[in-house]
Design a protein around this ligand. Structure first.
Ligand code: ATP
Ligand code: MG
Length: 335
């Protein structure tokens, strides 16, 4: 059996990197004959690890679910739900903490980066969230986790914890692996091409949000950072800004960034082509979003059904893990 899973944390606004790196690969992997083979969830619990606005997290959870459906995640062909609606996530989190080393999580790159940036007290959950992410993955017997490069280390942790738990307490979890999407694994901020495009980037960053007005998308792309070279070429190491524009174009139109470069003589022309391609992808998505947002009852219904389906898969995993790790069953064994 193969099953892939991706979480979306409602800690900012979804952008074209999320679409290319995560949402589209899920939509492409969905199967009518096995709707539980692709799992997409809104990881609202992970949004509580940094200073957060409660009303905004709630609002974005619904916005994210609506955007995922608008982007082609079809509840008839995949499993879509909100993490906090499925209590097994927090239940397994604790059990996995009992199989994870402090040193193992302390050295996670995202913890170092995010805790370093914080002005307020660093929440303990920021340290332990990779363990919650391991629970997210292991609950569903996930075999493949399609992620951008930034999340690879967390999937490695989930692997290590699963292997250790299985070795110590007996075979309980499927061991997952990270898979990178083939094109544009890591789109960059168009104003700061040394940084990846990110939901949590400060205002005024070069992030192309899925719900930005077409005019705003065009303005952002027009102001993208390039370089002073005279030609257009795909050289990610030395010319990251231009390479990122070519990667964006390739992600929107298909094709290979290095080959696409040959079709342009200057940056003005390249930016216009990128803007047209981005708008051509996002305008229809925004249209579907508006239709779905007009009927929130439908989206709530999808999420309610999704949570029930998710729980039916997750509950037996938690039961097996509790049994293996040494907890007494709350029911006498059957038969
Ligand atoms: P944050 O800044 O809060 O970490 P993010 O933009 O990195 O936000 P995540 O919630 O961490 O988004 O990731 C959601 C999914 O999108 C993951 O599968 C992640 O690998 C992918 N992803 C995130 N940013 C990019 C990017 N710039 N290019 C490609 N894929 C991305
Ligand atoms: Mg991230």
């Amino acid at each position: 059996m193969s099953r892939n899973l991706t979480g979306f944390t409602p800690s900012g606004r979804l952008h074209i990197g999320n679409l290319v790196g995560a949402m589209r690969p899920i939509a492409a992997a969905q199967r009518a004959d096995d709707p539980d083979a692709t799992v997409a969830f809104i990881s609202d619990l992970h949004a509580l690890t940094l200073d957060h606005d409660p009303a905004l997290v709630r609002e974005r959870t619904l916005e994210f679910a609506t955007l995922l459906i608008a982007a082609g995640i079809d509840p008839e062909r995949s499993l879509l739900f909100v993490q906090s609606h499925v209590a097994e996530h927090t239940e397994l989190h604790y059990l996995l903490e009992c199989a994870t080393g402090f040193g193992e999580v302390r050295r996670m790159i995202q913890f170092k980066e995010k805790s370093g940036r914080q002005e307020q007290q660093v929440r303990l959950s920021l340290l332990t969230y990779p363990v919650l992410m391991a629970a997210d993955i292991l609950l569903y017997g996930t075999t493949e986790v399609p992620v951008g490069a930034d999340q690879r280390q967390h999937v490695e942790l989930a692997r290590a914890v699963a292997e250790r738990f299985n070795a110590r307490y007996g075979p309980t979890f499927a061991v997952p692996r990270a898979v990178l999407p083939p094109v544009a694994p890591r789109l960059r901020d168009v104003f700061r091409p040394e940084e990846k495009m990110s939901k949590s980037a400060p205002p005024g960053s070069g992030v192309l949000h899925l719900l930005d007005e077409p005019a705003a998308l065009r303005r952002t792309i027009a102001r993208a950072v390039t370089d002073s070279a005279a030609d257009v070429a795909y050289e990610p190491e030395t010319r990251p800004g231009v390479a990122n524009l070519l990667a964006l174009l390739a992600a929107c139109t298909g094709g290979d960034p290095a080959e696409l470069a040959g079709g342009f003589t200057g940056y003005g022309e390249l930016k216009r082509a990128v803007a047209d391609a981005v708008v051509a992808v996002l305008e229809p998505l925004q249209q579907r979003y508006a239709e779905l947002a007009a009927d929130p009852g439908y989206v709530h219904g999808v999420l309610r059904d999704g949570a029930a389906r998710a729980s039916a898969i997750a509950a037996p995993t938690v039961r097996a893990a509790k049994q293996a790790i040494g907890l007494m069953a709350d029911q006498p064994p059957q038969g």
